[in-house]
Design a protein around this ligand. Structure first.
Ligand code: ADP
Ligand code: MG
Length: 357
């Protein structure tokens, strides 16, 4: 359906510098595929999506859609944009129009639908994304998650053959990520062709038929979710997909602000969708800091989360320590009873207790 051949994009900045963001992108995408595009920021993921619908015309190369080169002179961009919908991080709703007016605007003007037909279909789409009750309100009264669901319905109203999503959940409050992902998940199950730039690794693994890992201006690795996440070929892919999120505290004395630490731990757990872990992690952290490791200062405490495996751990590290801080190396029952596993190990610079929740 879509074939990208030797696509490149170079930007000439006003200060005279030149940056080649896409070097040589090649791929073929079939109808019905759900492709998640992952990779570090600044590697050209957004630029690739924007090139695909010619918001950012490529410097060289070809993009064939059903065999037609959309980069060719004279190719009609209005036709292209009808065929390829785009959903942005920042929603881009028309703020002066109600929800339903946002949805019917383009179908009436560009598809020639009657207002009655457009409204009827808009209501069907709003029901699909769970927003039919809000048809007549203005976007300003909606939450970010609701706005994004409306933006998805608006895109669907044009009956696109492909929808491009550019980090559709990145601007959302963490509590609203799930509602948007579940709408996208439903569209995937219905066979809509989609390209999704996302940082949500588990979502990407679950929903996609294929993953593109972008790095260094190319599709560095392309494969099934199983290949990319479990058996990546390249080491950069491997370290990217297995990356660990960390929250670090340096506890140097007893003036340390535990309550602030609790808030930050809560925020971290909500952000990574492990809100339930906060209630387990906080009492263990307090107990370790205030009781079992009270005499070890400075103490470095880290809360870590490996998104792909879901592993959540508490690390306590003391520099210069060579053996277990626990008497006889025995983990206090109060701690072990509340945790899955505990690893005690010397590190290059000291000693670490790693508690798995
Ligand atoms: P990603 O979406 O992977 O984070 P982008 O495609 O947004 O990456 O950007 C890749 C690089 O291209 C960045 O270094 C960015 O600064 C640069 N870039 C993107 N758009 C422009 C532009 N319009 N002009 C100049 N540089 C740009
Ligand atoms: Mg981007």
């Amino acid at each position: 359906m879509i074939s990208i051949k030797h696509l490149s994009k170079t930007f000439h900045n006003p200060d005279g510098s030149i940056v080649t963001v896409l070097k040589d992108v090649n791929c073929d995408i079939d109808k019905g595929e759900v492709i998640s595009i992952i990779g570090p920021s600044g590697t050209g993921k957004s630029t690739l999506l924007r090139a695909l619908n010619m918001l950012e015309p490529p410097t060289s190369g070809q993009i064939l859609v059903d065999g037609e080169d959309i980069t060719a002179k004279g190719y009609r961009l209005d036709v292209l944009r009808r065929r390829m919908g785009m959903v942005f991080q920042s929603f881009n709703l028309f703020e002066h129009m109600t929800v339903i007016e946002n949805i019917i605007y383009a179908p009436i003007r560009l598809l020639g639908l009657s207002e009655a037909d457009a409204r009827a279909e808009a209501m069907t789409l709003l029901r699909k994304v769970g927003m039919s009750q809000k048809a007549d309100v203005y976007p300003s009264s909606l939450s970010g998650g609701q706005k994004q669901r409306v933006a998805i319905a608006r895109s669907l109203a044009m009956h696109p053959e492909v929808i491009l999503f550019d980090e559709p959940t990145s601007a959302l409050d963490p509590t609203m990520v799930g509602e948007v992902l579940s709408v996208i998940r439903q569209l995937a199950s219905e066979g809509l062709t989609m390209l999704i730039v996302t940082h949500e690794m588990r979502f990407a693994r679950d929903v996609s038929t294929r993953i593109f890992f972008m790095y260094d201006g190319i599709i560095y690795e392309d494969g099934s979710p199983g290949q990319i996440f479990e058996h990546p070929v390249h080491s950069v892919t491997k370290s990217f997909v297995n990356r660990i999120q960390k929250l670090v505290f340096e506890i140097s004395d007893d003036e340390f602000d535990l309550l602030e630490m609790h808030s930050e731990m809560n925020r971290f757990c909500i952000k990574y969708n492990i809100a339930e872990k906060a209630a387990e992690a906080i009492p263990v952290a307090d107990d370790m800091i205030q009781n079992h490791m009270a005499s070890f200062r400075p103490l470095t405490f880290r809360l870590t989360y490996t998104e792909l495996t879901g592993e959540t751990a508490l690390d306590f590290m003391v520099e210069g320590l060579t053996e277990s801080p626990f008497a006889g190396g025995n983990v206090p029952i109060a701690v072990s009873a509340r945790t899955k596993d505990i690893i005690q190990e010397p590190t290059a610079r000291g000693f670490r207790i790693k508690i798995l929740l």
